[in-house]
Design a protein around this ligand. Structure first.
Ligand SMILES: Cc1cc2nc3c(=O)[nH]c(=O)nc-3n(C[C@H](O)[C@H](O)[C@H](O)COP(=O)(O)OP(=O)(O)OC[C@H]3O[C@@H](n4cnc5c(N)ncnc54)[C@H](O)[C@@H]3O)c2cc1C
Length: 409
């Protein structure tokens, strides 16, 4: 579909995170001009914290179509299986193998690959196209819209303001979206009272204890996730924190070392490579669109990272929205096709991403011993039955969410 027009103003995309970049790439591949606004400069863009790190099969399909898969595979780790462990008894009670999805996807595995690598590669590919005006070190301030288009106000490092005219504005700004706040769209949901501690460790947990590259650990007192990220040995562990503990205490060497020793005792201290403390939310915007202003990714929905779905579902928003914008700009679709984007992607945010991440958290944190046992038995039976395990994997791999969204008119 060629939608190039010398007269047409660009689609303005705010934020060069994974969602903004994938949207810009999708549109560039179809010769739709965009203007991408990013507040970070080139150096801080590369030096960001890793954050998301698990890319599920349905997203790998999309990244392959965007020309990113091979670049990312070179920099990531293939994780065909994931495991559930009971920390109280220290045994693995369920293991799922994506090989059961052989007939459903070209990519029957999760690719462990950090958000920073995704945006680095996407930016490099985008720079090779001539359809995106990339504005780094540019802060988005505000916008207005009318029947014919939108106007964004941005400022550069020197503080000089510029007004940019566009056909649409897409907020890929993350959870604090100015666009969402300007439109007064409610960000429905809640924030967990306790924060989560994330620690990167240089230690081979697979060799030491038989963990797979992706592990969920249930414990009534101290649930955890453990993921292998990169070569050489870089593993990431999540721990809950006590609401009353000061951040300095939670982030101290002593506290983290004590948590790790409790997690897996050893006679030497752990080499801690990185640490962060973050607040977890479960929120979905009441609408993903008003007029020509659209929300995608974290600006539309934020959720607990247990299950690794935030970046994935945001990239799905980008591809879904990209297809609709192409149709609208080439006059094949009506402008109100954007309401279908809201219906489809909001359905996924509420009924898949939110539901699944809440279920994951409940499973890992359950305190009632009888309920814990029932949950573990249920998961064990599911993993042991090929049909049930495939259905489970269709959900965790996000394949079901894409199929279900496509069926919504
Ligand atoms: C610790 C942690 C672990 C996570 N793990 C996973 C995981 O394993 N799997 C997963 O799928 N998700 C995970 N997530 C969530 C994931 O990181 C986010 O869902 C994802 O990054 C959202 O992408 P985005 O492009 O919507 O927003 P962001 O990645 O937040 O990008 C927003 C961009 O917009 C820019 N920006 C913001 N405001 C402005 C402005 N006013 N002007 C100009 N630019 C602006 C920012 O600088 C940034 O570059 C994790 C999150 C955290 C915190």
């Amino acid at each position: 579909m060629n939608t190039t027009s010398t007269q047409r103003p660009p689609v303005i995309i705010i934020g060069a995170g994974p969602v903004g970049l994938c949207l810009a790439l999708y549109l560039a591949q179809r010769e739709v001009r965009t203007c991408l606004i990013e507040r970070l400069d080139h150096q801080t863009f590369i030096d960001q914290e890793a954050r998301a790190g698990s890319i599920h099969p349905a997203t790998l399909e999309m990244l392959a179509d965007l020309g990113l898969y091979e670049r990312l595979e070179r920099r990531g780790l293939l994780a065909p299986t994931f495991q559930y462990w009971d920390r109280e008894t220290d045994h693995m009670f369920a293991e799922f193998d994506h090989a059961l999805l052989d007939g459903d996807t070209r990519f029957p595995y999760v690719l462990q690959c950090e958000r920073t690598k995704v945006i680095d590669e996407a930016m490099q590919v985008l720079q090779q196209t001539k359809f995106c005006d990339i504005r780094m070190s540019t802060e988005f301030l505000s916008f207005t819209q009318d029947d014919n288009g939108v106007e964004a106000v941005v400022t550069d490092n020197a503080g000089s303001e510029e007004h940019i005219r566009g056909s649409h504005i897409v907020s890929c700004e993350g959870g604090r979206s100015i666009v969402r706040k300007t439109l007064d769209i409610e960000f429905e949901g809640y924030t967990y009272p306790e924060r989560t501690l994330t620690v990167a460790v240089n230690y081979d947990f697979a060799q030491a204890h038989g963990y797979s590259y992706r592990n969920y650990l249930s414990d009534p007192e101290q649930w955890s996730n453990l993921f292998k990220w990169t070569q050489p040995e870089r593993w990431r562990v999540h721990f809950p924190t006590n609401i009353d503990d000061a951040p300095e205490k939670v982030l101290s060497d002593e506290h983290i070392e004590a948590q790790l020793q409790k997690f897996l005792p050893r006679d030497q201290p752990y080499e801690i490579v990185h640490r962060t403390l973050y607040t977890v939310h479960q929120r979905v915007a009441a609408s993903f669109r008003e007029g020509r202003a659209i929300l995608a990714g974290d600006s539309a929905h934020i959720n607990s990272p247990i299950g690794g779905m935030g970046m994935n579902s945001g990239i799905h928003d980008a591809v879904n929205l990209g297809e609709k914008l192409c149709g609208i700009l080439s006059r094949q679709y009506e402008e109100n096709t954007l309401d279908r984007y809201t219906r489809q992607r909001r359905h996924v945010a509420v009924n898949h991403t939110k539901l699944q991440t809440e279920r994951n958290k409940k499973l890992l944190t359950e305190k009632d011993p009888a309920m814990r046992q029932r949950n573990h038995d249920h998961l064990r039976r599911t993993a042991g039955d090929a049909k049930l395990a495939r259905e489970f994997l269709l959900r965790t791999s996000l394949i079901n969410s894409v199929r279900e969204a496509a069926a919504i008119e």
